[in-house]
Design a protein around this ligand. Structure first.
Ligand SMILES: CC(C)(COP(=O)(O)OP(=O)(O)OC[C@H]1O[C@@H](n2cnc3c(N)ncnc32)[C@H](O)[C@@H]1OP(=O)(O)O)[C@@H](O)C(=O)NCCC(=O)NCCS
Length: 401
């Protein structure tokens, strides 16, 4: 069944937001929240919708906002896909499929090389070419333990700022830090408005800025969890970015030393955040989960491969299959520090979602081949691909949308 996917105008956005919130089983925004941050968080001209049989009732929607993603060797224009929802009485009729197809075509026409999203469920987006390209871990650090290891970096100084200062102080700092880490994305004013409304409407926010030898180099936004007694409060970190181990150590030390705090917890932290290496007893840090973070869609494969820096490796021919955006399908020669379309028989093959899993360096081609995501079992070709795709860093974004 074909669906009539249309771009929604400004007057339809509140209905779109209401629909999305209901689909996620969330309460709708009240008038004040919509007026202060809701409307402004929609990038103009990027929201799609399908109406029901009456022609007026919105039954599904998806939107995106423009951002950039830090990739090995540079940055790429990216559509941050968000607020995807289908009314519960219209699911499993192909509405999401129609929206995703229309959105990918639109993103490609805009010249955005990547699309990125956060998935409510892992089984939704793979069929549209999205693959997990960064992951994060949930951690809980207890204060009652042995504290910090002698010799662990002490960090610099930490100052608290008012929540009202966050847009002026923290937003530009985030922008600088996000560019330095593969997987980082830039945030829009609309993203900040929406995030801060959510955070400050319901909580007292602790906004901490870390200063190292070269100036401000990290920040943390944290809120106390509800219902815990004095001395046993848990601080939940909502946002923490740091330029390196010194700033990381300084911020975590600060948070754990706040009076009345018994533990600090955080979700979707970088897999390589060195908490266990900083603590005297590594077991004071409990990892409570590891989840997918970035779902990446390579929208323009030739441009994405050409823009990336590559590890030193003899060339390997990679066949990419993209059943939705056919222009991406083909054989690419990757090696000698470059990647370009070529002809010939591929040494290795993958779907476009599995390309995304290796693109930022989250997964090695050899582990993807061993698990059936890539095909081709020539160990020499796999070793060349591993070397080419290697980044030496762990990708992480740290921005939820
Ligand atoms: C997830 C959601 C958007 C899917 O919309 P939909 O219109 O039902 O999706 P489609 O009908 O286009 O489904 C396409 C395929 O994906 C499968 N699929 C989609 N969502 C699925 C889900 N949550 N669980 C299992 N399968 C799902 C469908 O079964 C279908 O498979 P098929 O082609 O083999 O028949 C919708 O269920 C929804 O709004 N859920 C609640 C809100 C939400 O999670 N939004 C996403 C935020 S990231």
């Amino acid at each position: 069944m074909s669906h009539d996917v249309r771009f929604l105008g400004p007057d339809d956005l509140r209905a779109a937001h209401h629909l999305f919130a209901s689909a996620l089983l969330h309460a709708p925004l009240d008038d004040a929240a919509w007026a202060s941050a809701g409307a402004a968080s929609y990038a103009p001209g990027r929201t799609l919708g399908v109406h029901g049989a009456d022609g007026t009732t919105l039954v599904s929607t998806a939107t995106s906002f423009p951002t950039t993603t830090a990739v090995p060797g540079g940055e790429l224009p990216t559509a941050a896909v968000t607020r995807v929802g289908v009314r519960a009485d219209h699911t499993r009729r192909g509405l999401l499929t129609a929206l995703m197809r229309a959105q990918l075509e639109d993103v490609a026409e805009r010249g955005e090389v990547l699309a990125s999203l956060r998935a409510s469920e892992a089984r939704i987006y793979g069929r549209f070419g999205y693959g997990v390209a960064s992951r994060g871990r949930s951690v809980r650090v207890r204060r009652s333990g042995l504290g910090w290891r002698a010799g662990a970096p002490a960090g610099g100084t930490v100052r608290l700022i008012d929540a009202a200062e966050i847009p002026a102080v923290v937003a530009p700092l985030h922008d600088r830090l996000a560019r330095c880490r593969t997987g980082g994305i830039s945030r829009t004013a609309g993203w900040w408005g929406s995030m801060l409304t959510r955070l400050t409407d319901t909580h007292a926010v602790l906004a901490a800025v870390h200063t190292g030898p070269d100036g401000d180099d990290g920040f943390a936004l944290a809120v106390p969890s509800d219902g815990e007694t004095f001395g046993r409060a848990t601080l939940a970190v909502k946002d923490l970015h740091a330029a390196g181990p010194g700033a990381t150590a300084g911020l975590w030390r600060f948070l754990l030393d706040v009076d009345l705090v018994g533990a600090v917890e955080a979700d979707l932290r970088p897999l390589d955040e060195p908490l266990e290496l900083l603590l005297a007893d590594p077991r004071d840090c409990t990892v409570t989960g590891v989840d997918d973070e970035t779902w990446l869609r390579v929208v323009d494969v030739p441009a994405a491969l050409a823009a990336r820096s590559w590890g030193e490796a003899e060339p390997v021919l990679l066949g990419v299959h993209d059943p939705l955006l056919h222009a991406n399908s083909g054989v690419y020669r990757i090696g000698d520090g470059a990647a370009e379309r070529t002809t010939g028989t591929a040494d290795l093959e993958c779907g476009v979602a599995a390309l995304a899993m290796a693109y930022l360096g989250d997964r090695r081609p050899s582990e993807l081949a061993a698990t059936g995501w890539w095909t081709g079992h020539d160990p020499k070709a796999l070793a060349r691909a591993d070397a080419a795709f290697s980044t030496g860093t762990v990708p992480w974004c740290g921005t939820f949308f």
